[in-house]
Design a binder for this molecule. Structure first.
Ligand code: ANZ
Length: 922
C-alpha cells in the first residue's frame, strides 16, 4: 500500500488488535502499574457526538504513552447503565428499559471502537448487570451494618456497637448519629424491645431509614438528591421540586465530612474542584450557646461563628420550621406568627438565604435572657434562618452581620456595636448608628482570641460549647423508580432487615408498567410476589444513579470475581486510579460519593486506599457551531443573513449538515429537510443564501451535532483523534470547527509521505545529519515533556513542525523516522502501526519503548552570524556559540569583506548580539 488509505488501515488494525487482545491488562509484578480511567458514560439514545470522546482521546494517549514508558496500564471502559432517561422512554413506549439501554450501549461501543481506543473490553462493567449490582447491593449491606466511631475515626461493624450498648449503654459511645438520639444505659438497652433496638440502631447505621424532609419531584415521581436539584427544579427535565417529609433511605456521609475535607490535601485535583467540595461540605468553626427564655424552662440553643460579638445581640431569630416557635409564641402573637410560618415555609431555601431585599419575619411576643448581661431580648421568627442548619436558631448581631442588620433596620430593632474583637473589615455597621458597647472581659482582644476566651467562658459556665458545623447533609439514597438497583432489604413488623448475602443479587422483577401503583407506591409495588420466601415484603424503592458509579473503578480491576466485589490481590496491585478524566459537573455528586464509599471500604478493611482518584483532570466542553435561517414572520420566506434588518424575521436553527463553506445554505437540501419547507421561498444576497452562526452547546435540539462516525468516515480516526487534541488545551471549552480538520489530515498525509516517495517505500539506512538529529530530539523532548504535563495540543503542533522540517530536509532516514513513529503512536495509533510494519518490524508498535532524547543533539554549537556594516548586511560568518566576543570581533574585522567596506580604517563601534548579529559601525 503506497497511499495513505486510512479506511483500510484503520479497519485492519482495529481487527488485529481485537484478535490479539492487544490491550489486555493483567497483574504483572515486574512492572509499575498505571491506571487511567474515564468517567464511564450513560448510554443515551442520541449516541456519541464529537464532544464526548475528547476526554477519552486524552486518556487513551496517556494510556498508550505510559505503556511505551514501561508501565503495566489498566485502561478500561464500561457503562453507567441505570437511569432516568431509559425509564422515561419505557413509560412512554412500554418497552423494557433494559432493551433500550442495551441497544444504546451497543451503539456506543461500536462508536468507541471506531476511534481506536486501547480499552481492555474484557474488563467492561455495566451497572445494570445483575452480576455487577449484586456487589452494589453488597456494599449497601456493609454500610447498613456499620456505624462511625468518632473516637477511632473510622467505620466499625454494628455488632461491635451493640456489644458496647449491652456493656455500657450509649453515653460513652462517641458516634456519628442522629441529633435526636436519646441516652440509655446498658440495662435499658437490654430491656428494649426488638423494634426499639432496631429503631435506635437506625440512628447510627451508615445507611439508614428515617423520616426526612426530601426533594420530591411529582413530575418524575421520585425524590432527588440535593445535587440533582438546581434552582428549585430537577436537573433532568427542569420539573418543579417540593420539600416533603417521607420515610426514606439515606447515607450518613456527614460522618465523613472532616475526612473528606482532609483528604483533599492529599490528591492532585484542579483547585476549583477541591474548592467546590470544600464549600459543599462547608466546615464552620464556632460555638453553640444556650439562651434561657423568660417565663419558660426551655432554652434556645444558637450556633454562632462570632461568639465574640455576643454583647451586640439585640434579638434572637428562629427558623420557621423550628418546633420552638409554637412552644414559645405568646397567645397574643399566635395568629400572626402562624400565618407567617405558613407562608415562609413555602419559600425555597435558596430564596430565603440569598434574598436580603425581601426581609420578612414575625415577633413571637416572647423574650430570651442574655447569658452575659441578663438583659431581655426579643425572640423573632425569620425565614432567613434555615431549619436544617446549625440549631435552626441564631443570635442576631445587627452591627456585625449584614442579614441581621437588614432585618433590624426593617423592624426597627436596636443596633449595638461591640468594640472588642478587633477590626473585622467586613462588619455590616460602621458605627454611625446605634450604641457602642464595651464587651467587658473580651475587650481589646483580636477576634480569634476573643472567640477562644468567650468559648472557654461559656464552657466553664455550662451554657455552651465550641462546635464545628458542616453544611453538608446526609445523602438521600432511595428512589421511587424502577430502573435502578433494588435495595436488598425486607421488613418484618416494620423493622428493616438485610437479605442474606447468599440471596444476592436481588434482581429487578418484571412489572406491567413502569409507573407508580394506584395507591402511590413505587413501581416495584406492581411486581407480583415481591416478597421473601417466608412471605416478608421487600423494599420498594431502588438505589439512585450514583450507587453503581461510586465503586465501579474497583470492579474494573477484577470484574469477573464471583467471591468478592474486587479481589484483594487485584486491588492491592492496581490500588486506585492514577489519572481520572471527566466532566467538572460531578464535583458534588459522583466525585464526592466515590470518595465517601472508598473511605468506608478502607475503614472496613475491604480496600487498601482511602482515595479513589489520585489525579483528576476536567476536560472542557466542545461546543457546537449552530446555523440559523431567518423566516419572515407568518410566512414561508427566508431572508439571507445580511438582509434581515429590512424584514421582521424570526431566527430558526438549520441543521449544520445543510450548510456549506462560508455558511452558504444548500437550498435544495433545506427544502427536502422537512415537509413544511418544501415550498420555502428565499430572499438571496449575491445569488446565495447566507446563514447566521452562533456557538452553542452541542445538542440534537440545536441541529449542530457533529457525529464522530461521519468525521472518521471522511478523514479517519487518527485525524479525528489528533484534531480533537489540536483544538486547544484539554481543560478549555472550545467550539468545533470542521474546516480546521483538513489541516490535521494534510499533516498526517505529509508524515506518511516521509516514508513513501511516488508510492514507493523509500526509507534508507543512511546516517542522519546533525540537523536531522536535532529535529528528532527536539521533537521527542517536546512530546515527552508535554504529555507529562497533559498538554496535548502543543504536542500535535510539535509533530507538525517536525514533519515540515524533515520534509524540507528531504529526510527519509530510518534512524530519524522510526523513533518518530513510536512517539506518534499514542496519537495516531493506526497509522503508526502500519508504518511500523512497513519499516520491517514484526511485532506491534504497542510493544516498543518510548525513544529517549539526548541533550547532545540539541546543542546549537555553531551559529551563523549576519555581519552588517553601517546597517547593511554584507556577509555571514559562522562562529562557535561559546566563542568570546573579543575573538569574534578580531575575526570579523580581519575578514576580507569587512576590510573592503571599512577601507582598513578602525571602526567606530562593533556590536555583537550573541546568536543573532554583528553590527560594525564605521
Ligand atoms: C452571630 C453572628 C455575628 C454571626 C456576626 C455571624 C456574624 P456559617 O459560616 O455559614 O456557618 N447562622 C447560624 N445558624 C443559622 C441558620 N440556621 N440559618 C441562617 N443563619 C444561621 O454561618 C454561621 C453564622 O450564620 C452564625 O454566626 C449565625 O450568625 C448564622 F457578626 O452568629 B452568627
Amino acid at each position: 500500500m503506497a497511499d495513505y488509505h486510512f479506511r483500510e488501515i484503520e479497519k485492519k488494525w482495529q481487527k488485529t488488535w481485537a484478535e490479539r487482545n492487544a490491550y489486555k491488562a493483567d497483574i504483572d509484578h515486574n512492572k509499575p502499574k498505571y491506571y487511567v480511567l474515564d468517567m464511564f458514560p450513560y448510554p443515551s439514545g442520541a449516541g456519541l457526538h464529537v464532544g464526548h470522546p475528547l476526554g477519552y482521546i486524552a486518556s487513551d494517549i496517556v494510556a498508550r504513552y505510559k505503556k511505551l514508558k514501561g508501565y503495566n496500564v489498566l485502561h478500561p471502559m464500561g457503562f453507567d447503565a441505570f437511569g432516568l432517561p431509559a425509564e422515561q422512554y419505557a413509560i412512554q413506549t412500554g418497552q423494557h428499559p433494559a432493551k433500550t439501554t442495551y441497544e444504546n450501549l451497543d451503539r456506543y461501543k461500536h462508536q468507541l471502537n471506531n476511534i481506536g481506543f486501547s480499552f481492555d473490553w474484557d474488563k467492561e462493567v455495566q451497572t445494570c448487570d445483575p452480576d455487577y449490582y449484586k456487589w452494589t447491593q453488597w456494599i449497601f449491606m456493609q454500610l447498613f451494618d456499620s456505624w462511625y466511631d468518632n473516637k477511632a475515626n473510622k467505620a466499625r461493624p454494628v455488632s461491635e456497637l451493640t456489644e458496647l450498648f449491652a456493656a455500657e449503654g450509649n453515653s460513652t459511645v462517641n458516634a456519628a448519629c442522629d441529633e435526636d438520639t436519646p441516652l440509655f444505659s446498658a440495662e435499658e438497652w437490654t430491656g428494649f424491645s426488638e423494634k426499639e433496638q432496631a429503631d435506635l440502631l437506625l440512628k447510627y447505621r451508615l445507611t439508614y431509614l428515617s423520616e426526612a424532609v426530601v426533594n420530591w419531584c411529582p413530575a418524575l415521581g421520585t425524590v432527588l438528591a440535593n445535587d440533582e436539584v438546581k434552582d428549585g427544579v430537577s436537573e433532568r427535565g427542569g420539573h418543579p421540586v417540593e420539600r416533603k417529609k417521607m420515610l426514606q433511605w439515606s447515607m450518613r456521609i456527614t460522618a465523613y465530612s472532616q475526612r473528606l475535607l482532609d483528604g483533599l490535601d492529599t490528591i492532585d485535583w484542579p483547585e476549583p474542584m477541591k474548592e467546590i467540595q470544600r464549600n459543599w461540605i462547608g466546615r464552620s468553626v464556632g460555638a453553640e450557646v444556650d439562651f434561657s427564655v423568660e417565663g419558660s424552662d426551655r432554652k434556645i440553643r444558637v450556633f454562632t461563628t462570632r461568639i465574640d460579638t455576643i454583647y451586640g445581640v439585640t434579638y434572637l431569630a428562629l427558623a420557621p420550621e423550628s418546633e420552638l416557635v409554637d412552644e414559645l409564641t405568646a397567645d397574643t402573637h399566635r395568629e400572626e406568627v402562624q400565618a407567617y410560618v405558613a407562608q415562609a415555609k413555602n419559600r425555597s431555601e435558596r430564596d430565603r438565604m440569598s434574598d436580603v431585599k425581601t426581609v420578612s419575619g414575625s415577633f413571637t411576643g416572647a423574650y430570651a435572657i442574655h447569658p452575659f448581661s441578663g438583659e431581655n431580648i426579643p425572640i423573632w421568627v425569620a425565614d432567613y434562618v434555615l431549619g436544617g442548619y446549625g440549631t435552626g436558631a441564631v443570635m442576631a448581631v445587627p452591627a456585625h452581620d449584614t442579614r441581621d442588620y437588614a432585618f433590624a433596620k426593617h423592624f426597627d430593632l436596636p443596633i449595638v456595636e461591640v468594640v472588642s474583637g478587633g477590626n473585622i473589615e467586613e462588619e455590616a455597621f460602621d458605627g454611625k448608628e446605634g450604641t457602642i458597647v464595651n464587651s467587658d472581659f473580651l475587650n481589646g482582644l483580636p477576634v480569634q482570641a476573643a472567640i477562644a476566651k468567650a468559648i472557654a467562658y461559656v464552657e466553664d459556665n455550662k451554657i455552651g460549647k465550641g462546635k464545628i458545623n458542616y453544611r453538608q447533609r446526609d445523602a438521600v439514597f432511595g428512589r421511587q423508580r424502577y430502573w435502578g438497583e433494588p435495595v436488598p432489604v425486607f421488613y418484618v413488623d416494620g423493622i428493616p432487615h438485610l437479605l442474606p448475602e447468599s440471596s444476592l443479587p436481588l434482581t429487578l422483577p418484571e412489572i406491567d408498567r413502569y409507573l407508580p401503583t394506584e395507591t402511590g407506591e413505587p413501581p416495584l409495588g406492581r411486581a407480583e410476589n415481591w416478597k421473601t420466601d417466608e412471605g416478608h415484603p421487600l423494599e420498594l424503592s431502588t438505589m439512585p444513579g450514583w450507587a453503581g458509579s461510586s465503586w465501579y473503578f474497583f470492579r474494573y480491576m477484577d470484574p469477573r470475581n464471583n467471591e468478592r466485589f474486587v479481589g484483594k490481590q487485584a486491588q492491592g496491585y492496581w490500588e486506585n486510579v492514577d489519572l481520572y478524566i471527566g466532566g467538572a459537573e460531578h464535583a458534588t455528586g459522583h466525585l464526592l460519593y466515590s470518595r465517601f464509599w472508598t473511605m468506608f471500604l478502607y475503614d472496613r478493611g475491604f480496600v487498601t486506599v482511602q482515595e479513589p482518584f489520585k489525579k483528576l483532570i476536567n476536560q472542557g466542553m466542545i461546543q457546537g457551531r449552530s446555523n440559523f435561517v431567518y423566516r419572515v414572520k407568518d410566512s414561508n420566506t427566508f431572508v439571507s443573513y445580511n438582509l434581515t434588518k429590512d424584514f421582521d424575521v424570526v431566527p430558526m436553527h438549520a441543521d449544520v449538515s445543510l450548510v456549506g463553506e462560508n455558511d452558504v445554505l444548500d437550498i435544495q437540501a433545506f427544502r427536502q429537510w422537512r415537509p413544511d419547507l418544501a415550498d420555502a421561498e428565499f430572499v438571496l444576497e449575491d445569488g446565495r443564501y447566507i446563514c447566521g452562526a452562533e456557538i452553542e452547546k452541542m445538542s440534537k435540539s440545536k441541529y449542530n451535532v457533529i457525529n464522530p462516525d461521519d468525521m472518521i468516515d471522511q478523514y479517519g480516526a487518527d485525524t479525528l483523534r489528533m484534531y480533537e487534541m489540536f483544538l486547544g488545551p484539554l481543560e478549555d471549552s472550545k467550539p468545533w470547527n470542521t474546516n480546521g480538520i483538513t489541516g490535521v489530515s494534510g499533516f498526517l498525509r505529509k508524515f506518511w509521505n516521509l516514508f513513501y516517495k511516488k508510492r514507493e517505500f523509500s526509507v534508507t539506512d543512511d546516517k542522519p545529519t546533525a540537523d536531522e538529529l536535532k529535529v528528532l530530539h527536539k521533537t521527542l523532548k517536546k512530546v515527552e515533556e508535554d504529555i507529562e504535563r497533559f498538554s496535548f495540543n502543543t504536542t500535535v503542533s510539535a509533530f507538525m513542525i517536525c514533519t515540515n522540517e524533515l520534509a524540507a530536509l528531504k529526510c527519509r532516514k530510518r534512524q530519524i523516522l522510526e523513533p518518530l513513529v513510536i512517539a506518534l503512536s499514542p496519537y495516531a495509533p493506526h497509522l503508526a502501526e502500519e508504518l511500523w510494519q512497513a519499516l520491517g518490524n514484526s511485532g506491534s508498535v504497542l510493544e516498543a519503548t518510548f525513544p529517549e532524547w539526548s541533550e547532545e543533539h540539541l546543542k546549537d554549537d555553531v551559529h551563523e552570524y549576519p555581519i552588517s556594516i553601517n546597517g547593511k548586511m554584507r556577509t555571514k560568518i559562522a562562529f562557535p556559540v561559546d566563542m568570546p566576543k573579543e575573538e569574534m570581533e578580531k575575526e570579523v574585522l580581519a575578514s576580507e569583506v569587512v576590510q573592503k567596506w571599512t577601507e582598513g580604517k578602525p571602526p567606530k563601534k562593533v556590536i555583537i548580539v550573541p546568536k543573532k548579529i554583528v553590527n560594525v559601525v564605521v
